[in-house]
Structures are given as C-alpha cells and as structure tokens.
Design a protein around this ligand. Sequence first.
Ligand code: CP
Length: 314
Amino acid sequence: MKKFTSVQDVPNLPQWLQEAKALKANPFAHKSLGENKVLGLVFFNPSLRTRMSMQRAAYNLGMQVMVLNVGQDSWQLEWEEGTVMNGTAQEHVKEAVPVMAQYCDIIGVRSFPGLKDREADYAEGVLNKFLQHSPVPIISLESATSHPLQGFADLLTIDENKQKAKPRVVLSWAPHPKALPQAVPNAFVEWMRAGEVDLVVTHPEGYELAPQIIGDTPVIYEQERAFEGADFIYAKNWSSYREYGKILSQSPDWTITEAKMALTNGARFMHCLPIRRNVIATDGVVDNSLVIPQAENRLWTAQLVLKKLLEETS
Ligand code: CP
C-alpha cells in the first residue's frame, strides 16, 4: 500500500476494522514505529477533525507533524503544464510537491472541488498532481470527489454500534444554505458498499449521485418511506451532480427531526460534522446521536492508515 485515496486501497476491509479497534484499545502500542518520521499535512481548505485527528494519530505513532495552509502560509501554486507564470501563482506544483517530499515521509492533502466544472473536479487534478510528483505516500484528507478517511471512520462507527450482522443504513440528503461537494456522500456510499450493510439512499429528485458511485444502490425519493426499518440514519447535504454544483432545494421538509427518527428501527443518527443544527437536523436529533464517537473514530482510522503506510515504507 503506497497511498490512501479510496476504499480500493484497502486490501482487507474486515481485517482493517479489527485492527482499528485494536489501536483504539491500545493507542501507544506502536509508538516507536514513526520515530524520526515526519507527516506533512497540506491544506487548501479549512478543517477541524481531519487536521487534529491526523496530528494526534501521528503523535500516537511517534511521528512529527508539519502543517501547511497553502495560499496563507506558502506560495500560490501553478498546476498547468507550460504556463507562462506571470500571474498570481509563484510556484509550480512540479517543484512544490517534490520539495515537500524532501522534508516529509508521508504527505496528506486536502483540496475541495470548484463545483463549476464537473469533468475537471471528477478528474481529481490536485490529488493526481500530488500522486504524480510525490515519491512518498499520499493520503487524501478529502479530495474533490471523495473523503476516504471519513468513510472509513463511518464504517467503523456502524460496525461498533450495530445490533445485527447486516444493519439497514440510510444516507439521507438534508438541506443546507451553501453548495457543498459530493465528496462525503460519495465516500460513504463507496465504504458502505464495501462493508456489510444494507444501504439505501434518499434525496430529492435532481440530487442523484454519480452513476459510477451509486451503482445499483437503491434510491428512494420519499424520505419518510426510506427511514422505515432503518438502523442508522446518515445525514449529509450535497449539491447536484446532474446540474453540477447547483442548489436545487433548500426545503426544510428534508431536515431530520425526532418525528422522522421515530419512523426508524430505533436508528442511531450520524453526521460527519461540522453540522448546521436545526437545518440538517434538529437539536434533539443531534444531541442523541453518534456524532462524537464518530468523530473520535477519525483518530483511530487515521492512525491505522498511517501505521500501514509506515510499515510499508520502513
Ligand atoms: N468531517 C471532517 O472532515 O471534518 P473537518 O472538515 O473539520 O476536517
């Protein structure tokens, strides 16, 4: 394993879930594995959980961490080949990434989509440039179209809290005032499809996820019908894939309420955070949810990803 950018990079998912639980039970068991190793975290966009969980995971393994906020702490980067660089970008990615790799043994990168050009966003330009130009392993800290660290933590949280071998998991679109990426729902669908769950997706018409992501996952357009029998409700907003990047609805009819949760099989509520209370879900739903243990699991899953990469490179 030389990178972590998708569930496809995980050779044995059931084993990884068990190993993540083992790290959670014994966080410092491998504290010398990362000795004299440095993790670089490169952020083009804001973060709380990803930044702090990666840092803590690295410390638990004995690593040092450097964080770079591109555009604030460093030069603006140029991405195109053959550009006459007489504009705002001062440094080309062809130098920047190999230089970072001189200082870091593993590099994580977060870069959100522009939500203007679907083809460009789904081509994953930034992540692929890092993969192309880095001689050291790359971790996606959320790319234009996926958030694998979140998907892994979500699957671990469901695995820990399920009451039956194959729980019914419902991914529900919920309203939001801003146009958001499809990265989290894409990753959620991919990780659930790789795991042992009965997945259903519900959203208003026009919010269909990319065909290559959704595959044959059942989609139910009536939210309340989708909630029937659910063991987990995972709420997330995303902008339209079809009318790319557009907000087609802000209807509060899709907010997750206690009344809707009462239609389920005593489902646990999940969200990747940050969450807008009383927009995505009501206070009562959030206050009785798995969002805090779910965020905690970002740490243990990140630590396992780092451990695997360190074992591969040492
Ligand atoms: N869920 C998540 O990735 O949180 P941050 O954006 O705060 O890192």
